[in-house]
Design a protein around this ligand. Structure first.
Ligand SMILES: NC(=O)c1ccc[n+]([C@@H]2O[C@H](COP(=O)([O-])OP(=O)(O)OC[C@H]3O[C@@H](n4cnc5c(N)ncnc54)[C@H](O)[C@@H]3O)[C@@H](O)[C@H]2O)c1
Length: 347
């Protein structure tokens, strides 16, 4: 089998649709694909309050096509009518499906809205894919939240699932929609259960409650505010993965998709406590403070009771993928990016 870099070169000349392409993961995918010589179309409706940002695609804005309604020129959505979406899916080789509502805490109070995007949206898009004469491969971005409150211990892809937030349940339903498409319509699919992404091009707005490393820690540290940790959670261990490693994995997933709809845990394979991450950020910036506050009750409900030790053996073995960016380098590169482009992300 070719190594990671050799495989990625196969994207040269491929037609790739990136849903959620103005968001953190999708925009980094679109930029890498353009660099590799792929023809990229972005399908992203810039849903209010989510991570979409036109500036995210600045380096490739003249190279990518954006899916818009032919008459109104409004941005299309994965929930748009099939006749509007069809011209942008026709003859596509691979779909990297990153559109989604990402805030698991928000899903607790906005269950219907979360279902509408994370379930109905993908059902609509994939029902159209099923009708295409030339079937593209599809990569789905699922989440560690499908595991939910599983027993402590190393989590592999066979671990029994116990999602407990609407977000976790709906991401699982999204996986099943993709699996059904693979099995019923012979469409190659790969599904990734992503742990905790951080890095370039994530939104940094204060009111959104996911992406602890980016929004909560780095935003505060760069603003000379203390980093606040919640009492009782500061030593919980989680797996954090740098965006560049997510991009390489998703792209390998597109090249190696099969009708088995394989699931892969996608993390760094290393665990860090929130306290360690905060301390590393302070070290990289060269100053700052950590304070411990009481944990709000509703936050405990949404975050669940367990820390997660994610096993990444399957993706390493089957896709020949390796995480390459360690935590310190990832934090340094993230801070460098937001130092430079702070005005594009803070409000
Ligand atoms: N960031 C995380 O913590 C995390 C962790 C695990 C998995 N994921 C998954 O990865 C995917 C991408 O996440 P991200 O971090 O890039 O989020 P993001 O919020 O930065 O980007 C999501 C993008 O999807 C777009 N979008 C939302 N609903 C849409 C719709 N109906 N039609 C078209 N576009 C729509 C938004 O406008 C936004 O630009 C999501 O499916 C998410 O569930 C994210």
């Amino acid at each position: 089998m070719m190594n990671q870099e050799e495989q990625l070169q196969l994207y040269n000349g491929k037609r790739v649709l990136v849903t959620g392409g103005f968001g953190m993961i999708g925009s980094n995918i679109a930029i890498k694909l353009s660099d590799l010589g792929a023809f990229v179309t972005i399908l992203d409706s810039m849903v209010y309050g989510m991570g979409g940002n036109y500036f995210n695609i600045e380096p490739v804005k003249n190279k990518v096509r954006i899916a818009k309604h032919p008459i109104s020129h409004s941005l299309l959505d994965i929930r748009s009518p099939h006749e509007d979406l069809l011209p942008f899916l026709d003859r596509v080789d691979i779909i990297i499906n990153c559109a989604g509502q990402v805030d698991h805490q928000w899903s607790v109070t906005h269950e219907k809205e979360d279902w509408d995007i994370n379930v109905n949206g993908h059902q609509n898009l994939l029902a159209l894919v099923a009708t295409l004469p030339k079937k593209p491969a599809v990569v789905f971005t699922s989440s560690r939240f499908v595991y939910g409150n599983v027993p402590e211990g190393l989590i592999n892809e066979e671990t029994v699932l116990a999602p407990y937030t609407p977000y976790g349940l709906h991401k699982l339903k999204g996986e099943l929609i993709h699996e059904e498409l693979a099995k019923t319509h012979n469409i190659p699919v790969t599904i990734f259960r992503i742990t905790n992404p951080y890095g370039l091009r994530s939104h940094m707005r204060d009111k959104i409650s996911y992406s602890v490393v980016n929004k909560t820690f780095i935003r505060k540290a760069l603003g000379n505010e203390p980093i606040t940790l919640f009492e009782g959670l500061e030593n919980r261990m989680y797996d954090y993965i740098f965006i560049e490693d997510i991009v390489s994995a998703l792209l390998l997933g597109g090249l190696n998709a099969t009708t088995d709809a394989s699931r892969y845990n996608l993390g760094s394979g290393k665990q860090y406590s929130l306290n360690q991450i905060a301390q590393n950020i302070i070290d990289v910036i060269g100053g700052g403070e950590i304070i411990i506050n009481p944990c709000p009750k509703n936050y405990q409900v949404a975050i669940g009771k367990k820390q997660m030790n994610i096993n990444i053996t399957k993706i390493q073995k089957e896709l020949k993928w390796q995480p390459k960016v360690d935590l310190i380098e990832g934090i340094q590169r993230t801070i460098e990016y937001y130092h430079k482009y702070r005005d594009k992300y803070w409000t």
